[in-house]
Design a protein around this ligand. Structure first.
Ligand code: HEM
Length: 406
């Protein structure tokens, strides 16, 4: 492979799909520059990413396997520090990962997912009722009024967070996925979420309840060898962050896709095609996660002629996987709920596969079906081209979703 100067990833996320297509053409792995001049290997093809996600020579633990982080080359005020400095299952490797994941596993079983469905229905109906009071013809930001609060409130419920605390922490999470932030703002994000989680844990220690935070505190306080205090804080934050931002952008993308493809919307609202098909096609063509920071090579890794040297950082582009023409042909970028092959890896693959995929599918089905049933005249209030992308290369969604409810 020829040597190239790494391209800087566009921090404004203006055209993540165009950028991914260009990077994919450069080969199985190509170097890109992140904020702060940090160079990493970007992966954009389905087959290569699938292999890497389940390769035991690939880790997510910067503290154990990223020399640049360990030797201080990555400064503590690096713009993306929150992603790598946390200590939870998301950044753990091997036995540590298994231990940390197992501690919360019981909250994500099929039985527990079934048990929270009535709560999802209740939250959905509350948001729909508030929308019903909007005067006819008025433009509403459906991201703010539905796509955002439904997952955010659900995940806050799972960890036992009050509505007030959730609203405060939401700003921190929004800033964490914003790749245009300054190092000072990044520091504020880190301090912000650590503070919010510490408050939540203190409250649950005083008054335990039926939620994941109380369960984890019990595990920690019963036998400290199972979970350190930092792991406890960071695990709760991982669930909050991983569960909310992804699902918010899923709703944003699926609603946008249906509003811009009326013939497909008719197929699903008439019952000819199921909501599952809408969910998978949205996840394929508009993965809510774009680039997920970061993974590292534990050994030299050869990928179809390119060698990623041991210790180098790797950036998986989830938004590129489902659009790979090698798998989905020339129409890979088209939203089509009737296509046969909707293969995607938008819930991940390998040891870090999404713990909340069942919950995400449940809230997606209930949320979308209720919304489209209640507002059959729902329409976009702007031209699709006017929807502005989020200022990030980490998530894939819009800043606002202006609609008329009809
Ligand atoms: C449409 C919605 C969602 C999408 C697209 C999604 C996507 C993903 C992906 C791609 C990963 C793997 C990341 C990696 O490469 O390491 C992941 C992990 C994870 N997800 Fe989700 N997710 C969604 C919803 C949720 C929900 C609702 C929850 C919890 C309430 C959740 C909790 C987690 C957790 C805890 C992990 C970390 C697992 C680990 O590191 O072992 N996710 N998710």
């Amino acid at each position: 492979m020829e040597n190239r100067c790494p391209v800087a990833l566009d921090v404004t996320g203006a055209d993540i799909h165009g950028e991914a297509a260009a990077l994919r053409k450069q080969g199985p792995a190509t170097q890109v520059e992140l904020p702060g001049g940090v160079v990493v290997w970007s992966l954009n093809s389905h087959s290569v990413i699938k292999r890497v996600l389940s390769d035991p020579r690939v880790t997510k633990s910067a503290r154990n396997h990223w020399p640049a982080f360990i030797n201080g080359q990555i400064p503590p005020d690096w713009e993306m520090i929150s992603w790598i400095a946390m200590d939870n299952m998301v950044t753990a490797y091997g036995k540590d990962h298994v231990r940390l994941r197992k501690l919360v596993g019981s909250a994500f079983t099929r039985r527990r997912t079934e048990a929270i469905k009535p709560r999802i229905v209740e939250l959905t109906q509350g948001l729909i009722a508030a929308l019903e009071s909007v005067p006819a013809g008025e433009v509403v930001d459906l991201r703010e009024r539905f796509a955002y609060p439904l997952p955010a409130m659900l995940v806050a419920d799972l960890i036992g967070m009050s509505e007030d605390a959730r609203a405060k922490t939401a700003k921190v999470i929004d800033m964490m996925v914003d790749t245009t932030v300054t190092p000072e703002q990044a520091q504020a994000v880190l301090a912000g979420w650590r503070g919010a989680m510490a408050e939540l844990i203190a409250a649950k220690r005083r008054e335990p309840a039926e939620d994941i935070t109380s369960d984890l505190i019990a595990a920690r306080d019963e036998d400290g060898s199972r979970l350190s205090e930092e792991e406890l804080t960071d695990t709760i934050f991982a669930i909050l962050g991983a569960g909310s931002e992804t699902t918010i952008n899923f709703f944003d993308n699926s609603i946008t896709a249906l509003l811009t493809h009326p013939e497909q919307r008719a197929l699903v609202t008439s019952g000819q095609v199921s909501w599952d098909e809408v969910i998978d096609e949205t996840l394929r063509v508009e993965s809510p996660l774009a680039h997920l920071p970061l993974r590292y090579a534990v050994e030299d890794i050869e990928l179809d002629g390119v060698t990623i040297p041991r210790g180098d950082a790797i950036l998986v582009n989830y938004s590129a996987i489902g659009r790979d023409p090698e798998v989905h042909g020339d129409t890979a970028g088209n939203f089509d709920i009737t296509r046969e092959n909707k293969e995607h890896l938008s819930f991940g693959h390998g040891p870090h596969f999404c713990l909340g995929a069942g919950i995400a599918r449940a809230v997606a089905t209930i949320g979308l079906s209720t919304l489209f049933e209640r507002f059959p005249g729902l329409s976009l209030a702007v031209e699709p081209g006017e929807l502005r992308p989020l200022p990030t290369f980490i998530m894939n969604g819009h800043r606002t979703l202006p609609v008329r409810l009809g």
